[in-house]
Write a protein that binds this ligand. Structure first.
Ligand code: SF4
Length: 440
């Protein structure tokens, strides 16, 4: 069969899609990247917040149009939106042929067969049955890859649906992760981007203790892997042992993604986040003392119920005081069946947008200053692409995570290939990006 696959949402979902692609290819199917003329299209949805659900439904309806035009034959909906709406999807969009929960992703090959034998196919076993180990067919460039070390979440942030969608935290066995990383290195992967809903919780469920430091040390022994990047760290689990490993291991990049969510203690409490604003300050200061060139990305949320001007001010003060290197800002959107959805003190949409704009404007100024301070410095860059029109390359330094941060545009006298490392002299700042030239 010719199978099209559309994967939405976070990198964890992307890894699930890569596992589905590998099993379908193994079974002899052909993966077509256009949906034109596909026998079946899999839409691997996200259901995290309303915007994500809207995007998922738009993609499904686009496929319905193609199906009605006879361009494609079957529509298979998988991913987190399925966990949220289950059989309702058939009622709302009767053209859908299969609704497949996370727990059934391991059976995608037989489900594809079944969808051509029966009118509608529905499988929604517990999401904790979703396979975490298995072959993948990378959708990222061959020189970097996500490495999912766990799935699900045992934290209980009051605004978040993920624990109810993806279940409690499930660490993969350490040896399975190492084996996968070795295979990735053998295929040419140089940068591993570690992901989970909370990477810092790794091992606690399976081994009764945090094992991320040990995992990082083991990953550093793998030949061919040059960069190891940590995403989705939870502040209260940034142990001294973990910080020591980041500081000591050359391959572990001095970059962490550390969502703090807010800067006001009352709001952090209502969010059911662990720790308060002073804990966040202490951690950021400790990280910068221990690792002076550490790059910290964070995520915050505005408009949480009960966030008045004073509480918002506390968030803005924290952002301007700590000056994170990278920052994403979400507007609170109440998710049914979460505690926050029924909390009092709702903030109107206009106020949410105004506050998000203030935070992002402040952050832009902070980033400009930090980027300007890099002009004249030389940094090691992973080459990603070449643009013949401008005769320049694009790449990322240790400070730039793929798909979320800015990039570096640079010229080079020497021809370079994607995946090549090169030293680049930073000469200019352009918005979130940097410009430079390769130097020997
Ligand atoms: S840490 Fe909190 S926000 Fe993140 S996935 Fe878990 S419950 Fe959701």
């Amino acid at each position: 069969m010719r199978i099209g696959i559309i994967s939405l949402g976070c990198p964890k979902n992307q890894v699930s899609a890569e596992m589905m692609i590998a099993s379908l290819l193994d079974a002899g199917h052909e993966i077509v990247d256009t949906t034109e003329g596909a026998d079946a299209v899999i839409i691997n949805t996200c259901g995290f917040i309303d915007d994500a659900v809207r995007e998922a439904i738009e993609n499904v309806l686009d496929m319905v149009e193609l199906k009605n035009e006879g361009v494609i034959r079957k529509i298979i909906v998988t991913g987190c939106m399925v966990e949220k709406f289950r059989k309702e999807i058939f009622k709302e969009i009767p053209e859908v042929d299969a609704v497949v929960g996370l727990g059934a992703l391991g059976n995608i090959v037989s489900i594809v067969d079944e969808v051509f034998e029966r009118d509608s196919v529905y499988y929604c076993p517990p999401s904790c049955e979703m396979p975490l180990d298995g072959q993948r067919s990378l959708t990222t460039p061959e020189y970097w890859a996500y490495l999912r070390i766990a799935d699900g979440c045992s934290n209980r942030c009051s605004y978040c649906l993920i624990p109810s969608i993806r279940g409690d935290y499930r660490s993969r066995k350490l040896e399975n992760i190492i084996d996968e990383a070795k295979q990735l290195a053998e295929t040419g992967v140089k940068e591993l981007v570690l992901i989970a809903q909370d990477t810092t919780y790794y091992g606690k469920d399976l081994y009764g203790e945090y094992r991320l430091p040990e995992l990082l040390n083991s990953l550093c022994e793998i030949d061919g892997i040059e960069w190891i990047r940590l995403l989705y760290c939870y502040p209260d689990k940034m142990t001294d042992e973990l910080i020591d490993v980041i500081a000591a291991q050359e391959k572990v990049l001095h970059y962490i993604d550390l969502p703090v969510q807010h800067g006001d203690d009352k709001i952090l409490k209502a969010m059911n986040r662990h720790g308060n604003s002073d804990d966040i300050r202490a951690l950021v200061n400790k990280l910068r003392e221990r690792i002076p060139d550490i790059v910290i990305r964070t995520t915050v949320m505005v408009g949480f119920p009960g966030e008045g001007e004073e509480e918002f001010e506390n968030l803005a003060v924290l952002i301007n005081e700590l000056e994170f290197d990278r920052l994403g800002c979400f507007e609170f959107s109440p998710q049914e069946n979460t505690p926050a959805a029924t909390m009092e003190g709702a903030v109107d949409d206009e106020t949410k947008s105004r506050r998000a704009e203030i935070i992002m404007n402040d952050q832009f100024a902070i980033m400009q200053e930090k980027n300007l301070s890099r002009v004249g410095s030389v940094c090691r860059v992973l080459t990603e692409s070449y643009d013949g029109y401008s005769d320049s390359y694009t790449g990322r330094s240790y400070a730039d995570a793929p798909e979320i941060d800015g990039v570096i545009y640079f010229t080079s006298e020497k021809d370079l290939e994607p995946g090549d490392f090169v030293d680049v002299l930073i000469e200019e700042v352009r918005d979130y990006d940097l410009l430079g030239r390769a130097v020997s």
